[in-house]
Design a protein around this ligand. Sequence first.
Ligand SMILES: *Cc1c(COP(=O)(O)O)cnc(C)c1O
Ligand SMILES: [Zn+2]
Length: 465
Amino acid sequence: MPTDRAFQQCISAQCGATYGVDEVLFACRKCGDLVDVKYDWDALEVPRTLADFEGQWPRRHERLAFSGVWRFHRMLPFAPPERVVTVGEGQTLLQQADRVGRYVDMEAGNLFLQYEGMNPSGSFKDNGMSAAFTHAHTVGAKRAACASTGNTSASLAMYCSVTQLMKAVIFIGTGKISYGKLSQALEYGALTVQIAGDFDDAMARVKEVAEDLGIYLVNSINPFRLEGQKTIMFRVLEALRWETPDWIVVPGGNLGNSSAFGKAFAELYELGLIDHVPRLAVINATGADTLFELYERRGMRWSDGTGDMCIACNYYKELDAANKKAETIASAIEINRPVNLRKCLRALDFCDGVVRQVSDQDILDAKAQVGAGGIGCEPASAASVAGAKLLRKQGVIGADERVVCVLTGHQLKDPTATVAYHTTDQEQFNKVLGSRGVRRASFANRAVAVPNDLSEIIKAIQLYS
Ligand SMILES: *Cc1c(COP(=O)(O)O)cnc(C)c1O
Ligand SMILES: [Zn+2]
């Protein structure tokens, strides 16, 4: 498939500059806005119906058909098949979760969880990394870098070590990364640079370093990552037998996922492959609520790409003046300056979206409910379930609507938070969670302490089971 049918384009309505797909740029060179990957669909072979993708299933022995990202190659045809890099990402599950549905107050059969933690590095990031890595490979990159709250670096490190095509350089903030994620980057052999600062600081630095040293940047500011993340929505539709749900609920950090989902639905709609678009709910943590503040409180809108960006600039100045840092147990969304803000506003506009914020308390309680229902997720992921519950309570989501909550990361990514939630050790609880304003472990499953004595053990089991 010739790559000249794909190109990059500035998302600004006033600018709209275009660039070749072989260029490496993370902002428009003319105006500094974000860029999109775009396609000349008329010149490409597009599916006539979504069910056409089922033709890939019997060919699962083939590399591309096996991948949950690349079996939708025709919806992200920026690289020829032979250049595609895949490690078998995207083998994920949409689970009807009635137990969690009851918690959210949905009618039975209407709440679904999209388990992206089942990806090879344990988070949805692999969907995007596979695409960005493919682009990096096609432009001949030898080193790739990212700033990360943990999962992006784990994913990048994994692609580098599995494929041996590139060397990973990752930037992390101090003390903020969970052990599950850090352990992956270290074990997979990434060069790990720990900056004295938080994610926003690491992000600012990695951009400078990538530019100075000519290292390929794979943060979600990278438009190719979002192409891979579109496929999460294709798989949701696939699992629902190509029916569009009423709501997609997703945690918001750098807003790459929400932006990618909006783009996915916009393209499917433009191609006539879906006839209506689900509503999008993006959920912030209370301690990292920039999108909520800008969208719901200050009325910031996309407005055909002409919306007033000063609303964000002014807010960031206020954050600086107050020296306010992002602060939440959901470290993957502990971000105050979401790089994909403008694309997310566009997605919210197209999908008639809403934004909500949920407390660390609500996040951990929701996480415990997800875990009790099986498979589980990391704290940031549970913001989606906590957000769905809030939107139900507010009457925004109806009990009879079909809701898909995206679980972005694996349960084992952040065992510290989970164990502290279930612990009987008040000191540990206070240290990890109490310091974040969490007061209760509403659904704790506490370990039962017994003496090392057979009859005492038997007594305890009979008492508690
Ligand atoms: C990266 C990440 C997020 C945030 O996603 P964005 O696309 O940056 O909004 C949420 N949850 C997990 C587990 C993540 O790794
Ligand atoms: Zn531009």
